[in-house]
Design a protein around this ligand. Sequence first.
Ligand SMILES: [Zn+2]
Length: 346
Amino acid sequence: MSTPLVINGTSIPPGRRTTVELPAGRLYTHAPINIPVHVVRGRKDGPRLFVSAAIHGDEINGVEIIRRLLGNSLLRRLRGTLIAVPVVNVHGFVNRTRYLPDRRDLNRSFPGSEKGSLAARLAHLFMTEVVANSTHGIDLHTGAIHRSNLPQIRANVDDPETRDLALTFGTPMVLNSDLRDGSLRQAAADADVPILLYEAGEALRFDEPSIRAGVSGIIEVMRKLGMLPASTRRRKKSTQPVVARTSGWVRAPQSGILRSTAALGARVHRGSTLGIVADPFGAREERIEAPWSGVIIGRLNMPLAYEGDALYHIARFEGTDEAEQVEASSNALGDWSGDDDEPSLV
Ligand SMILES: [Zn+2]
């Protein structure tokens, strides 16, 4: 006898595949606005995994990741339940913006409340209808507008099950994160639902390698959870991901035009040059140097910066031999550490 699954009053029996609409209020015109949730329930009972995207409305890589995941024929052999929510922040998605119409960040509004702001109500709806019906979760994100992220998993690696799933996903980099910031990740973890956050690519763009890595990462996690059969093909020997305990942003030392020399995924050592910011004539140049050794996991793509703007996000490895870790990440990063977009300094 399998446990019943009811989402927004709709009962989904084993072996059924269906779309449920979560009512997210109305527009000014009074037209209803819904969050579509696609549920794939296997015949056999098993874990219930939610996969969500576009909680930041302009982060659309994850929407495509979910579309491809749902089209995968492997799901015919699903054990347990996949709850896919490709567009959580429908308002932001329609307006091509990260935020809600009340300028709140949905991913800072969890766990939310029934009678709070629009953001709080949507967060509450997601918690009660999706998270409460799940045993595990994966939330898909990208970098902000004009910023790219190296494919990475952010997770609380101090929790053994979460760490295990994070390493299974297969990105070259796992970043430890235990922030208490009102995010879905925090609220799900507080509800004892282990959750991974996948970060890859840039807002309002499709990035093919990030999309592929996202789809295959989710499938690997589902195999690990026993939701999908183990792969019959031998996986090519993948290198163990590097786990970074902390990270930080390097900011522009002055306003100006940025010539970036350090690529996304590049290993950098303390003191190495990341780029140069200068006035339009190149008379007042300032070199930007890496304040610590690590790997560039996020980068501003736009060559214009105000003093203080965040330019490079560098993962750092504390409590270990930094040089050794940076070297190890070199193997793990493999193809990701591209140098194809490295402009010359001239
Ligand atoms: Zn995001």
